[in-house]
Design a protein around this ligand. Structure first.
Ligand code: 1HE
Length: 263
């Protein structure tokens, strides 16, 4: 709750998808200690009762990043512990059991971009803008951005954003690989929900392998990666669910793939 009695993070189950809202629009959804803890609770609940989740922001912006008012008086060790808490919480869903999608609009800034980078699929509408103003604020990323954002878009582009304070458009961010979808203004949540609903119909073990094996394999040597892939591939194929799904395809009960709509 904030001072108004509203939950800082809202939670709603829509079918098999948990919809999690950053709900502090008066402060542009800035992430305080209580917000990050409420986000952890919502993400844990989603992993218990949903098969996919979407995170979005209430109001005109997705998230203005770290709550600077709370951060400014933090002693050194508290700041280290705070950053480590973000890391631990974001890792629970990055390497968790269900896929997380983010619906982005307005400011996606600092820790807000770090949060989005810890999710599995990012959808932005045309109002979104991306920034890393840490240099201007005299601080550094602390929510895993130097690892995750740098790997998504490259350390040089991330360094440019941090050094110059430039903001980046959704079209540019998509070209850099930081987001996967750009949709018209106001449609990010609906699109993220549609994608999450599709992912929720996958076999849970396939989703688990996509979240947990794929990023690890990407960090391995070619030989280790190929070997690990064979083991994970065989394990997923052995489940009764996989066998049923393969039969469904072969006996023409499964939907066929279609060419994508024009971009
Ligand atoms: C905040 C924060 C915040 C707004 N912490 N209170 N992030 C930043 O450096 C981004 C700072 N924010 C902005 O650039 C702008 O607020 C926005 C572009 C996001 C939105 O602008 P606008 O004109 O709609 O809102 P505003 O008038 O600037 O802000 C409304 C209120 O939200 C205001 O409080 P009020 O009491 O005067 O109404 C702002 O002070 C408050 N507010 N952003 C605290 N971030 C784990 S390390 C991560 C490191 C970082 O994230 S660094 C980047 C921090």
């Amino acid at each position: 709750m904030d001072g108004s009695g509203e939950a800082l993070v809202s939670y709603q189950l829509q079918g098999e998808v948990a919809v999690i809202g950053l709900n502090r629009p008066g402060k542009r959804n800035a992430i305080s200690d209580r917000v990050v803890e409420a986000l952890r609770d919502a993400a844990e609940r989603a992993q218990r009762e949903a098969r996919a989740a979407v995170i979005y922001g209430e109001g005109d912006h997705f998230c203005a990043g770290l709550d600077l008012a709370e951060h400014k008086d933090k002693p050194l060790f508290d700041a280290i512990q705070g950053s480590r808490r973000w890391h631990a919480i974001f890792s629970t869903f990055e390497r968790g059991e269900i896929p997380f999608f983010t619906a982005l609009h307005g400011a996606v800034v600092g820790g807000g971009l770090e949060l989005a980078a810890a999710t599995h699929v990012r959808v932005a509408d045309e109002s979104a803008f991306f920034g890393l103003p840490e240099g201007q604020r005299g601080i550094f990323v602390g929510g895993g951005g130097s690892v995750r954002i740098a790997r998504l878009i490259g350390a040089a582009r991330m360094g440019d954003m941090m050094l110059t304070g430039r903001t980046v458009s959704p079209a540019q961010m998509e070209q850099w690989g930081g987001i996967s979808y750009v949709v018209p203004k106001g449609q990010a949540l609906a699109k993220a929900l549609e994608l999450a609903q599709a992912a929720a119909t996958n076999a849970p073990l396939s989703n688990y392998a996509i979240l947990n094996a794929l990023p690890r394999i990407a960090e391995m040597s070619v030989e280790d990666g190929l070997f690990t892939e064979s083991i994970v591939s065989a394990l997923t194929s052995e489940t009764p669910e996989a066998k049923q799904r393969l039969r469904d395809f072969l006996e023409k009960r499964a939907a066929r793939l279609k060419a994508p709509d024009a971009p």
